[in-house]
Ligand binder design. Structure first.
Ligand code: FES
Length: 304
């Protein structure tokens, strides 16, 4: 049975929804499903207060079974909706949808015109950096090496926690979350960013010959649906570090016009916490060719 649920986000911003209270769904999940994702940076563990909301009318049931009423500040990840209720979401608890994503940089090394991908399959390729917070996609012309367009946005996995440790724990302790995280990064993040990059460049997705993916070791595990649990406990052993090649179909990347067999190459990492993103940075900035080893990353690389 649906109940009226009013959400206020400001003096003039108030919306009443008809919501079916679902057993097992927290208020934070209910809000996210209706377009109000909260700052769940501790991964719904009730530790950070990032998801705090105020009850303006009615009651909510807390995790321990207690009822909280008007005026209470409660953590939405630890509460459930059971009856007609009004809440206020303070600005600090709302997930910002328009992140500042830096996607401008200069590659300091010369690049060879010897593409990784067959140009018979297409004249364009994409490069992706999957960060814990943000994801950036660049479109590259395979003939000239020119960067054609960029797009970037939040990694939608952020609702499961804002750092790798909370995501590792969520994926390894909550049934079904690993698959949900994969869907969040592939369908909710990478798919629209790739589409946007193609639109900005004026190139059809059917012209994509392949893609290269960098990311920290945990992000690459989650992308492939690999259980990241070993990354969270001593001796921090990744399930894989070597380069991997998969297809768009294999990771569930479906964009109109994109061939399901489009190859994606995941760059290799060095260790659980020295991932492919750092390796890519070392190469792209030219640090890898610095004889003096001026980078801290290189020191870590050489000693590991
Ligand atoms: S207290 Fe951290 S997500 Fe709710």
């Amino acid at each position: 049975m649906k109940v009226p649920f009013t959400v206020a986000t400001g003096a003039q911003e108030r919306r009443t929804l008809a919501v079916t209270p679902l057993a097992g769904h927290s208020l934070a999940e209910t809000l996210a499903a209706h377009g109000y994702p909260l700052n769940t940076r501790c991964g719904h563990r009730g530790l950070c207060r990032g998801c705090e909301v105020e009850i303006r009318d009615g009651h909510l049931v807390l995790a321990e079974g207690r009822r909280a009423g008007i005026g209470s500040l409660i953590r939405a990840c630890q509460a459930r909706l059971v009856e007609p209720t009004e809440i206020f979401i303070p600005a600090r608890s709302r997930m910002e949808h328009r992140p500042q994503v830096s996607d401008t940089f200069r590659i300091e090394i010369s690049y060879a015109h010897q593409p990784l991908y067959s140009q018979e399959q297409g004249d364009t390729a994409f490069a992706v950096d999957i960060g814990t917070t943000t994801v950036v996609v660049l479109l590259v012309d395979l003939t000239t090496g020119a960067i054609l367009s960029r797009s970037g946005g939040f990694n939608r996995q952020i609702r499961f926690g804002d750092n790798v440790l909370t995501r590792i724990e969520a994926a390894s302790t909550r049934p079904g979350v690993l698959a949900e995280m994969r869907q969040a990064v592939v369908q909710e993040t990478l798919t629209p960013l790739l589409r946007q990059a193609c639109e900005r460049a004026g190139r059809s997705t059917s012209r994509l010959a392949g893609g290269t993916v960098a990311g920290n070791t945990t992000m690459l595990h989650l992308l492939l649906g690999e259980d990241p649990a070993p990354l969270g406990v001593v001796p921090f052993s990744p399930r894989f570090l070597a380069q991997r090649e998969v297809t768009a179909r294999a990771i569930g990347l479906q964009v109109d016009g994109l061939r399901p067999s489009t190859p994606l190459r995941l760059l290799p990492g060095i260790a659980a916490y020295i991932g492919a993103d750092i390796v890519a940075g070392i190469c792209a900035t030219g640090m890898a060719y610095d004889e003096k080893g001026s980078s801290g990353f290189l020191v870590a690389d050489r000693s590991s």
